[in-house]
Structures are given as structure tokens and as C-alpha cells.
Design a protein around this ligand. Structure first.
Ligand code: SF4
Ligand code: SF4
Length: 85
């Protein structure tokens, strides 16, 4: 699954630079995650890096984006291919 940021976000800025896929960005009110880019850090790290650093634990899985590990790995590979161009 991709992860999402809830409205408990305090805009502390620490998660955005930790994302290896540049999936996190500052939206109109709070930080947001682009589900097309979030692999739950599969391909890069064992644990989601944003969840590790978030001080208010406001980054749950996105129930709209149920994806298994294989799908996340395919997303990772696609993102790597896109980045190479
Ligand atoms: S889980 Fe990983 S890839 Fe997804 S938003 Fe967090 S840091 Fe980025
Ligand atoms: S680390 Fe958590 S509180 Fe800080 S900006 Fe990211 S989602 Fe928001």
C-alpha cells in the first residue's frame, strides 16, 4: 500500500527530505504523499522512512491504495526506470 498523511500533520518538514522516491510534498495545508510514487520504501529501505521520523505518527497506510509487496517492487522498478531517462 502507499502511505498517506492525515490532518494531524504539524508541517514539521522532517519527512519530506527522507523520502527516497520524492513522493512527499507540501500541499495547500499539510504535507501530502503522491501514491503513485510511494512504495512504502520497498526497494530502498526495510521500513518506511517517513514513518520512522514523523513525531506525531500521522502516516498510516492509504486504504484506497492496497498494494502487495510485489506490486510495490514493480512500482519501485518503474520509478527507477523513469528516473534514468
Ligand atoms: S513510505 Fe517511503 S516512499 Fe512512501 S512516502 Fe514514506 S518515505 Fe516516501
Ligand atoms: S513528519 Fe509527520 S508531522 Fe512532520 S511534516 Fe511529515 S507527516 Fe507532517
Amino acid at each position: 500500500m502507499a502511505l498517506m498523511i492525515t490532518d494531524e500533520c504539524i508541517n514539521c518538514d522532517v519527512c519530506e527530505p527522507e523520502c527516497p522516491n520524492e513522493a512527499i510534498y507540501l500541499g495547500p495545508q499539510i504535507y501530502e504523499i503522491n501514491p503513485d510514487k510511494c512504495t512504502e520504501c520497498v526497494g530502498h529501505f526495510d521500513e518506511p522512512q517517513c514513518v520512522q521520523v514523523c513525531p506525531v505518527a500521522c502516516i498510516p497506510v492509504n486504504p484506497q491504495r492496497v498494494e502487495n509487496r510485489e506490486t510495490l517492487m514493480q512500482k519501485y522498478l518503474r520509478l527507477q526506470a523513469d528516473a534514468a531517462h
